[in-house]
Each structure stands twice: as structure tokens, then as C-alpha cells.
Design a protein around this ligand. Structure first.
Ligand code: ADP
Ligand code: ASP
Ligand code: MG
Length: 404
């Protein structure tokens, strides 16, 4: 088989762990497989590098950020290749550029456009274990780009698709995908399998076990993905197409996202086009808006518009909102960063009702106030105070009986 194995930050967090990864890779090769390894930076490394940059500037150039951040993965790729060689197998490390991972030019959250993969294929044909530095690519203008936080998952899935791998294994620090973050709820249950769609919702709603875009990519190109631990041989979770059985499960998971900020434009004179103008400007600033709530004053003359954005984009979103607020004659712009978003997810919601009401009742019974609500076919999300995040996850996990 041709297998892509991605190892996350904790799995390559120190030299012993890199040696452990090399051991697993060699074992897979000795079982008769060809292997492409994709590695993250050592855990904490990317945050450390971001910390250095912010000591220099509040808004460092994004091109230079990518030069900086891509270095973490380069280190682990070379060390992993050396560790495989130390076990007597041939290995070659490649940067994203060397592997032909072509992206657009949106620094710090670039999209993969094309993967040539020639060098990967050639090295595999010559009997090498290929070790690819995750999280990075190269733009048309030959600048190094990175793929957004958690982006090594995307590198792995995209390469698996490009070289038509039989399997893409995502090795991490938990045994698979659980009903919720097992580090918050020890009773959380490991799922044997999960549909691409549910995984996509879980990921986009904050469960960082897989990066959202990697799931999107896997779903689009039907890449077979399994999430497993690099610290044991437990079976893991398969990400697969939805089947009939899954529809019977109303709620399959709870996710939380502490990485959101809420911006409110207060008392804007209500007339057609204000939302269009505001959200066009926010979109032009490359900021993705998640929830939107609009309230109209009782006399119908004014509106408050609240929306959420990723915390990392707060500064940029605020800048454009303040500008638009002036143009529209709004009273002021408020921001809150002490919020989190809690979501209940399940494909069975399409055919079963009552999930939203149960969620609201459970939060109310625990005195947790809801600031915003949004729903889709297969999820309900609420914005709450940041300090109640863990409590909310625990009581909802219990209310929906997910541990059983
Ligand atoms: P890696 O460094 O291997 O990419 P991440 O930290 O990005 O690992 O993702 C793994 C983490 O995701 C786990 O340690 C866990 O805390 C968190 N997580 C959140 N939700 C879930 C979930 N539903 N199932 C499993 N892990 C989850
Ligand atoms: N090192 C990057 C990050 O911390 C990418 C990854 O780990 O997947 O976001
Ligand atoms: Mg990750």
C-alpha cells in the first residue's frame, strides 16, 4: 500500500518522540508499504515563533510571518528523515516548495492550488521514505506560504490525494475522534467512524483534532482518512461517507471554540444596504465572518449588528468596522474577546427535532447565558461567556447522553 502518515506537534515534540515516529514509519515500511511522512513543528514551536514576531511588531508582515513559521516544520522534517536513516532505511526530507505544493498568495492562510508531486513520486520509486515538512507551500511569486493553523493536516490529505495514496493516517495525541474533547470530558467516547460532513462541522466548530480545510479536501476528493494515536496501536477513527446507520444517532458530538471575538456596531441608522456595505468591507479585508445577529430598535430607526470573527482577525475586522461605522453614522463599535462558541452536532438532526430546545434548557439550568444563536441542518451553536466553556461542554455531553 501507499500510505501517508501525518504526525502532529506532540508526536514530534522532542527527540525521543521523533525516534518513536521513525520506528513506526520503519515498521510500516517493513510490512511492505511505501510511506510519505508529513510532520508538524514540535509542539509549542509555532506559538513560540509567533511570540517572537509580536515582540517586534503588533502587525508583522504576513509574508515574513510565513518565512518564520514555515521553519518549525522544516526542522522536524530533517530530524525525522535522519531518525529513519539511523534505523537503516533511506529517507529524504522536502520542504513544501521542493514537493511542489503550489498555493495562492494569501499569506498565513494560503489555499493549495496544485501539487505536482513529481519529486515525491520519484523519491518513492527510488526507495526513499519521503518526509515532508507540513503546513507550507509556495506561491506563484515563489514566496513561502503557510496553510493556516493546524495546516499540516491539510498537507497530508492533499498529498495523499495527489499521489493517490491508499490511506491517509493522522497521528495525534488522542486515540481518535471523540464525542467531545477527551481532555475536557474524560467520559467522552471514541467514535469508530464519523461521516465527512459531521467531521467537517466538528472541525469548523472548533474541534481541532483535524483542521477544517483538511476535512473539506478529504470530503471533496474522497481521501480515506483515519485519526489515531502515535503513542499506541489502538484502532482510531475512520472518516467515511455517511451511511444509514449514522442518521439514527441524533447528536454525535459537542465542539467548542474559544478562538472567536464578537464585534457589535451599535445604533446604526437602519436603511437598505447597511449589512451589504459592512460585510463587503469585512470580506475585502480577508476576514471570514461566522455568526451574524441584527436587532432593530423598537421605533425601527436603528439597528445593532453583531458578528463573530476569528480572534486572530479581530484587529483587522475592527479597523474596517470602525471606518464603516463612521460612514453610516453609527454610535460606536464594541468588541468582546471573552466569549466562546459551543456547538451540538449530528446528521440525525435532519430527521429529529428537539435538539435546540434541549440545548437551551441545559444551558439555562446551569445559569449559562446565551449571547448569540445560529443553526444549520446538522448543528446548533450558541455564543456564551468564555469562563463557562468547560462547564457547558460537560453538561451538554451529559444531557445528550454521549458517554453511553
Ligand atoms: P496535533 O498536534 O497532533 O495536530 P491537535 O492539538 O491539533 O494535535 O489536535 C488534537 C487535540 O484535539 C486533542 O489533544 C484534543 O484536546 C483536541 N480535540 C478537540 N475536540 C476533540 C474531539 N472531538 N476528539 C478528539 N480530540 C479533540
Ligand atoms: N505547526 C502548525 C501549527 O501549530 C501547523 C500544524 O501543527 O499542523 O498550527
Ligand atoms: Mg493539529
Amino acid at each position: 500500500m501507499l500510505i501517508v502518515q501525518k504526525y502532529g506537534g506532540t508526536s514530534v515534540g522532542n527527540i525521543d518522540r521523533i525516534k518513536n515516529v521513525a520506528g513506526r514509519v520503519v515498521r510500516t515500511v517493513e510490512q511492505g508499504n511505501r510511506v510519505v511522512v508529513v510532520v508538524s513543528a514540535m509542539s509549542g514551536e509555532t506559538d513560540k515563533l509567533i511570540g517572537f514576531a509580536t515582540q517586534i511588531s503588533v502587525a508583522p508582515s504576513e509574508r515574513e510571518m510565513d518565512m518564520l513559521l514555515s521553519s518549525g516544520e522544516r526542522v522536524t522534517s530533517a530530524l525525522t528523515a535522519m531518525a529513519v536513516e539511523a534505523l537503516g532505511h533511506k529517507a529524504r526530507a522536502f520542504t513544501g516548495r521542493q514537493a511542489g505544493i503550489m498555493t495562492d498568495t494569501v499569506h498565513t492562510k494560503a489555499r493549495i492550488e496544485k501539487i505536482s508531486g513529481d519529486r515525491i513520486r520519484k523519491a518513492l520509486d527510488e526507495g526513499y521514505v519521503v518526509v515532508l515538512a507540513g503546513f507550507q507551500g509556495i506561491s506563484e511569486s515563489e514566496d513561502v506560504t503557510t496553510l493556516g493553523r493546524g495546516g499540516s493536516d491539510l498537507s497530508a490529505v492533499a498529498v495523499a490525494s495527489a499521489i493517490k495514496a491508499d490511506l491517509c493516517e493522522i497521528y495525534t495525541d488522542v486515540d481518535g475522534v471523540y464525542t467531545t474533547d477527551p481532555n475536557i470530558v474524560p467520559e467522552a467516547r471514541k467514535l469508530e467512524k464519523i461521516s465527512y460532513e459531521e467531521m467537517l462541522e466538528l472541525a469548523s466548530l472548533g474541534a481541532k483534532v483535524l483542521q477544517t480545510r483538511s476535512v473539506e479536501f478529504a470530503m471533496k476528493y474522497r481521501v480515506p482518512v483515519v485519526v489515531r494515536s502515535s503513542f499506541n496501536d489502538n484502532p482510531g477513527t475512520l472518516v467515511v461517507e455517511e451511511d444509514k446507520e449514522m442518521e439514527n444517532v441524533v447528536v454525535s458530538g459537542i465542539a467548542y471554540d474559544k478562538n472567536q471575538a464578537k464585534i457589535t456596531i451599535v445604533n446604526v441608522p437602519d436603511k437598505p444596504g447597511i449589512a451589504a456595505q459592512l460585510f463587503q468591507a469585512v470580506a475585502d479585508a480577508n476576514v471570514v465572518v461566522d455568526m451574524i445577529v441584527q436587532n432593530i430598535s423598537s421605533d425601527g430607526k436603528f439597528a445593532d449588528i453583531s458578528f463573530t470573527v476569528p480572534k486572530t482577525d479581530t484587529r483587522r475586522a475592527l479597523e474596517v468596522t470602525e471606518k464603516i461605522a463612521k460612514e453610516l453614522g453609527a454610535e460606536r463599535v464594541d468588541k468582546r474577546e471573552d466569549i466562546s462558541k459551543i456547538s451540538v452536532i449530528g446528521v440525525g438532526m435532519r430527521t429529529h427535532s428537539g435538539v435546540a430546545s434541549k440545548m437551551f434548557q441545559t444551558l439555562a439550568a446551569n445559569n449559562i447565558n446565551i449571547a448569540m444563536i445560529s443553526t444549520s441542518e446538522i448543528k446548533v451553536s450558541c455564543v456564551i461567556d468564555l469562563k463557562y466553556t468547560e462547564l457547558a461542554v460537560r453538561v451538554l455531553h451529559e444531557a445528550f447522553k454521549l458517554a453511553l
